[in-house]
Design a binder for this molecule. Structure first.
Ligand code: ADP
Ligand code: TYD
Length: 203
């Protein structure tokens, strides 16, 4: 692969979509393709439909995986092979953290099971920026957001946050954990610096 794949991760309300939008407005990142999961394809629509209804958790996971497979073949792989960098708002780590939480009780280690399901066909990110935040603060931030995800509940998000932190602890080479509770400007400056360095191949 000639380009680099960078993903932004975190619980709902952690501020990653705000930063993802600001990155797009900055000329330093004009050589990057910006994308997201769930995607804007019909498979992403199917995922969003599942999110709005009482769908079986395994069926929901399979829809997310179908959307991911299509995302890779349609956009991620061709972009990287063409030498373009890709910055995605959510990616496979969201599945391990969220479905690792929804599938609790069904499997001994649902996070690990979901992670294994990706092996052999996904493209792993070069860098995962994890926006870490107390779920109570994140939910408060989303307070006046029109359409709430069914996952925006503090107790549920605590499990998701722990899953994210476990994934980061188990893969220190790829993950950078940032404190997303600070002001937007502080978070923005740090994330811009981290991504710019990663794209230039600096530590
Ligand atoms: P996410 O994509 O992680 O769900 P958003 O980027 O949509 O989060 O941010 C959720 C809400 O919090 C938005 O109203 C946004 O304007 C606000 N917000 C984002 N970053 C910060 C920050 N650092 N401090 C305070 N509010 C923030
Ligand atoms: P998104 O639209 O990115 O929500 P937000 O802007 O609040 O971060 O994602 C929709 C919801 O889907 C969100 O609650 C996270 C969840 N999700 C999963 O459960 N699994 C996944 O694999 C992905 C990509 C998202």
């Amino acid at each position: 692969m000639k380009g680099k794949l960078i993903t932004l991760e975190g619980i709902d309300g952690s501020g990653k979509s705000t930063i993802w939008r600001l990155l797009q407005d900055n000329t330093r990142f004009s050589q990057c393709a910006f994308t997201r999961e769930p995607t804007t394809s019909w498979l992403g629509d199917a995922v969003n439909r599942a999110l709005r209804s009482d769908t079986d958790h395994i069926a929901e996971l399979m829809l997310f995986l179908a959307d991911h497979a299509d995302h890779i073949s349609r956009l991620v792989r061709p972009s990287l092979e063409n030498g373009s960098h890709v910055i995605s708002d959510r990616y496979s780590t969201s599945r391990c953290a969220y479905q690792g939480a929804t599938l609790q009780g069904l499997f001994e280690d649902p996070l690990d099971w979901v992670r294994t399901l990706h092996k052999g066909w996904t493209i792993d990110p070069d860098l995962i920026v994890l926006f870490d935040i107390d779920p109570a603060v994140a939910v408060k931030r989303c307070g006046d957001r029109g359409e709430q995800s069914k996952f925006e509940k503090i107790e549920f998000l605590k499990t998701v946050r722990n899953n994210y932190l476990r994934l980061a602890a188990e893969d220190r080479r790829r993950f950078v954990v940032i404190n997303a509770e600070r002001s937007l400007n502080e978070v923005k400056d740090e994330v811009f610096e981290i991504i710019a360095n990663a794209l230039e191949g600096r530590e």
